[in-house]
Design a protein around this ligand. Structure first.
Ligand code: IPM
Ligand code: MN
Length: 375
């Protein structure tokens, strides 16, 4: 049969450390299950590549990545200190920062960030129902607040005016919301124990806006949501303003199912959701183009590059490993062995949650030994 190819992009900060662990465990899974998989490690995008070549990745970097069947990324994203002269060179030449550029150029317009509390994970909420948290945040990944239009007028003067234009298109809104309803139905179908929302419905989609202060896109989202919801009568619907949603994420997060949010709102809500499920070291994500099966999806931990703890063996690699399990899962439909490997990896991480975190490398070694010992 044909071999599937996975690109590994360690990135910056703690990215290389957590990727070392993921790379080693992936190799072990490939051997153990004789998987038709090959992994390729890339030195870009990264600041190190930038120092050498004057850009974060080669001109044809995106074209190279497009040929892979899946991409796993460690971490990227720290813009550097404000007084670093290279910061501006960097942001001019790559305009968005490498992570946002990758999402944009690969047209990965939907970002899925599951938040499920796994037994043994740290619990920051006292209410026992917090164990039932099982939500999926679907974040707009191509435009909105991240449109990167605007500028600084009279920069550095007392009269400076900075503008940051947000762009929301009907096309991007419609495809995102449709995808949220599709995923809500699918989740309800796959769940072992059915959930009950209004009128006995088994799934719910909650729309997030700030339409009381930002009515233009708020209304576009609300109208689009209503129109698409009518096509999914079996799915319960709900609308929260983003500030109220933050309160409810803490007060009663178990009430949520699928959440659909703009780029920035989704960004913020998923850091909050990560903490509900044990912290940033345990939250995986997928950047997808659900409309195009040929575009590889990019999987990455929700956390950033954490330069403050980089190189100190302090980063929890399990968010990256859970992202790897998600990646393997997307390849599983045509390759049952890959599905088994994904399940094995997921189970190993779930078992390991009861262990206190003792270091990046130690976590990798422990998982590796458990995998070798499993029958
Ligand atoms: C994330 C990160 C990125 C984002 C940063 C690094 C640009 O916070 O993936 O959530 O805001 O999308
Ligand atoms: Mn974020």
């Amino acid at each position: 049969g044909q071999t599937l190819n996975i690109a590994l992009l360690p990135g910056d900060g703690i990215g290389p450390e957590v990727m070392d662990v993921a790379d080693a465990l992936l190799e072990q899974l490939i051997q153990r299950y004789q998987l038709p998989l090959a992994a390729t490690l890339f030195p870009w995008p990264s600041h190190a590549w930038y120092q050498q070549h004057g850009q974060m990745m080669p001109e044809d970097g995106v074209a190279q990545l497009r040929r892979f069947d899946g991409i796993l990324l460690g971490a990227l994203g720290d813009p550097g200190p404000l007084d670093d002269p290279e910061r501006f060179v960097l942001s001019d030449s790559i305009s968005l920062g490498p992570l946002l550029a990758l999402r944009k150029q690969l047209d990965l317009w939907a970002c899925e960030r599951p938040a499920r509390w796994l037994a043994g994970a740290p619990q920051y909420l006292a209410d026992p129902r917090a164990k039932d948290v099982d939500m999926l945040v679907i974040r707009e990944n191509s435009e909105g607040e991240y449109s990167n239009q605007g500028g600084r007028l009279r920069a550095g003067t007392a009269d400076e005016i900075a503008t940051q234009v947000e762009v929301f298109t009907a096309t991007a809104t419609e495809r995102l919301i449709r995808h949220a309803f599709e995923r809500a139905e699918e989740r309800a179908r796959l769940r072992d124990t059915p959930r009950q929302f209004k009128d006995g419905k088994a799934a719910q989609v909650c729309l997030i806006t700030k339409r009381n202060a930002q009515p233009f896109w708020g209304d576009l989202y609300t109208e689009t949501f209503a129109r698409i919801a009518a096509l999914y009568p079996e799915v319960d619907t709900h609308h929260e303003l983003v500030d109220a949603a933050c309160m409810k994420f803490v007060q009663s997060p178990w009430q949520f199912d699928v959440i659909v949010a703009s780029n920035l709102h989704g960004d913020i809500l998923t850091d909050l959701a990560a903490v509900l499920c044990g912290g940033p070291g345990l939250a995986p994500s997928a950047n997808l183009n659900p409309a195009d099966a040929d575009t590889p999806a990019l999987f990455e931990p929700v956390h950033g590059s954490a330069p403050d703890i980089a190189g100190k063996n302090l980063a929890d690699p399990r968010a990256t490993l859970l992202s790897l399990a998600m990646l393997l899962d997307t390849l599983a439909p045509n390759h049952p062995a890959i599905g088994n490997a994904a399940q094995h990896l997921h189970d190993l991480i779930a078992e390991d949650l009861r262990q206190p975190f003792t270091g990046t490398r130690e976590t990798g070694q422990r998982l590796s030994q458990r995998m070798a010992a499993a029958v």
